[in-house]
Design a protein around this ligand. Structure first.
Ligand code: FES
Ligand SMILES: [Fe+2]
Length: 414
């Protein structure tokens, strides 16, 4: 008789043995241990572990799906995906932004965003729903009474939404703790930007996935150690090590959902230019920012779906969409165009498009340097010689990310 080694996760699904083995290894680690070593390689290579992350980690985490500007008016709709679930983010008659499951409650077809001004309509049998998810019409389902009865009970599941400085976050877990407090450490950064007011240029999502695990992507983003070596010529202006100054990390408290570092610039008001980070920023510095923020760039990672850069001229952001264990979509100037919050005065500059081009070019140069090392990091996860890892003083954010992962995996293990 087969031995049953699989256990059930929080979702009630049976976990495959490969996932159980990894979770057993992780269960043997504590906060101190994960600051001394990397997570097991299988967390980066096992398709079944990715499936576990999707259904039991991402589904209990706040996922950024875009910006309020993308659903600016009543009737606007953004079709997206949260932890593998098709989701519609809509703005209703009452002006509220809601997130609805896109799964039709008749027999489960996926509902797309409608044309502007139209109701949500399932393409299979034309059942319609209003923007609060209530069934509006169900043709040929019997008489008026039958449809009336359906209207009383059928509704697209509504998901939790939280808005944070214009970013829309969705959580599939009705019990999840609110997002805002978990991002408290970023709050002081916003005042100087919001005093001027920012408008969003949403990013275009890449159309081909990056061939590495989502954790490789965010680790590369947050690593303060590598710029000096990988980004020679493009990042020297914003170094992690500088006479009398250098990278600063923030404390990581339980429940924090932001992993943050800041680095100084060699001169104030710098930013992204054609050659990478430099003194003549393509997006001019924002006058209402405090001097400290005009001298430093802050990099914030909000796992698993968002990375942000707070620079003197812009807040730049990348949306991250993992779709398989080594398939991660991304959208921003590092991969595609956009992902910038900018003041109107910058948008109004006569040569604005040239400036965007310069920022994209600089971002692409940095990105081109990251691609081969990310490929290498992913490939090495399958090596028999992969070390457990050693962390140095410039790798605090990597250790903090491991603590975040440990917390998230433990929550999923239950
Ligand atoms: S499945 Fe949607 S109307 Fe039938
Ligand atoms: Fe990099």
């Amino acid at each position: 008789m087969d031995t049953i080694v699989s256990k059930r996760g929080a979702t009630g699904r049976v976990r495959p043995p490969a996932v159980e083995a990894l979770l057993a290894e992780i269960a043997g680690l504590d906060e101190a241990a994960v600051q001394q070593r990397m997570m097991p390689a299988g967390c980066y290579t096992e398709p079944e572990f990715f499936a576990f992350e999707k259904t039991e980690v991402f589904a209990r985490t706040w996922i950024c799906v875009g910006r309020v500007e993308q659903v600016a008016d009543t009737g606007d709709c953004l079709a997206t995906e949260v932890a593998g679930e098709p989701v519609l983010v809509v703005r209703g008659e009452d002006g509220a932004i809601r997130a609805l499951s896109a799964i039709c409650q008749h027999r489960g077809e996926i509902i797309p965003c409608p044309e502007k001004g139209k109701a949500l309509r399932c393409p299979l049998h034309f059942w319609t729903y209003d923007f609060e998810g209530r069934l509006a019409g169900a043709p040929r389902m019997g008489g008026a009474d039958a449809v009336q009865a359906l209207r009383r009970t059928v509704r697209l599941p509504q998901l939790r939404v939280e808005l944070w400085h214009g970013f829309i976050f969705v959580n599939l877990d009705p019990q999840a703790r609110p997002l805002g407090p978990s991002l408290a450490k970023l709050e002081p950064l916003w005042a100087g930007y919001e005093a001027t007011g920012l408008k969003a240029l949403p990013p275009a999502m890449s159309d081909t996935p990056l061939p590495w695990n989502w954790k490789v992507q965010v680790e590369n983003f947050t690593d303060a150690y590598h710029p000096e070596y990988v980004h020679i010529g493009t990042h020297d202006f914003a170094p992690s090590v500088m006479d009398g100054d250098g990278v600063r990390f923030t404390e990581m408290k339980p429940g924090d959902n932001a992993i943050v570092r800041s680095v100084p610039m060699r001169t104030p008001d710098g930013g992204m230019m054609k050659e990478g980070w430099g003194p003549d920023a393509a997006f001019p510095a924002i006058a209402t920012l405090p001097p400290e923020q005009r001298r430093r760039i802050t990099f914030a990672m909000l796992p698993p779906s968002l990375t942000m850069m707070f620079a003197p001229g812009t807040v730049a952001y990348t949306l991250i969409r993992p779709t398989a264990v080594t398939a991660t979509f991304a959208g921003s100037d590092r991969v595609t165009y956009g992902g910038w919050l900018l003041p109107q005065s910058t948008l109004d500059l006569p040569d604005f498009l040239d400036r965007c081009k310069a920022v994209s070019e600089g971002g692409s140069k940095i990105w081109a340097q990251d691609v081969p090392v990310n490929r290498g990091m992913q490939a090495a996860k399958s090596s028999r010689f992969l070390p457990e890892g050693i962390y140095g003083p410039l790798e605090t954010t990597l250790q903090q990310f491991n603590v975040w992962l440990l917390e998230a995996y433990r929550r999923a293990i239950g």
